[in-house]
Ligand binder design. Sequence first.
Ligand code: TMP
Length: 252
Amino acid sequence: MARRKKIYEGKAKILYEGPQPGTLVQYFKDDATAFNAEKKATIEGKGVLNNRLSEFFMTGLNQIGVPTHFIERINMREQLIRAVEIIPLEVIVRNYAAGSMAKRLGMEEGQQLPRPIIEFSYKDDALGDPLVPEEYIIAFGWASQQDLDDIVALALRVNDFMAGVMYGVGIKLIDFKIEIGRIYDGDFMRLVVADEISPDSCRLWDIKTGQKLDKDVFRRDLGNLTDAYTEVARRLGVMPANVTNTKPTLIN
Ligand code: TMP
């Protein structure tokens, strides 16, 4: 069988040509990077977990009427998605101070913010994804004011959904990053949640113990990353309760 055409390879995922026009296959690798790929590792099982977790979150969002690129999971590492034109922004939503915000403002990590705060970074690895004000986004034409209003509304809905789902399983949603894509339908353009939603792109703390269950485990050398992601998947009922090692067995 001819090898599928690779469309794009990023740090954690590969995009292949899909079976129908307007579709792509998104493959989740086991590679982990941090600090703009200064730190790298291959973590067995991470791709399988993120494929399954991103399916879980995107399916839930689709069901509550938040449009996403997700169509269906194909196998352990791949999912079928709608092809979108990615807006070159990382849309970050924060409920509690952590990471770069805590550092920039000298805040203690875990301090609750007065309200969810949304910020944008320009997606450019060579520049280290710099934080950009809305004015840059509009002036440089990456998105219009109307797009930004729609993106903020989408991001807040994703935040409410994710925070609620995680709260239900004893996890605090500290912050997360999403990416937004454009889908063209004739003369109409729609914005949808794209890329992935997984513990690679969220900060998730156990409500009782404060234990980190996200990629900070890797960034900060806090333990075994697959154990942390497996715990998130187990609590969400995405995996059987008896799976605790680094070789997850998935429910179909
Ligand atoms: P930050 O505090 O490092 O700016 O990260 C904010 C959120 O965005 C956090 O949940 C991790 C996520 N994130 C990504 O998904 N990709 C990235 O490249 C970075 C820097 C952060």
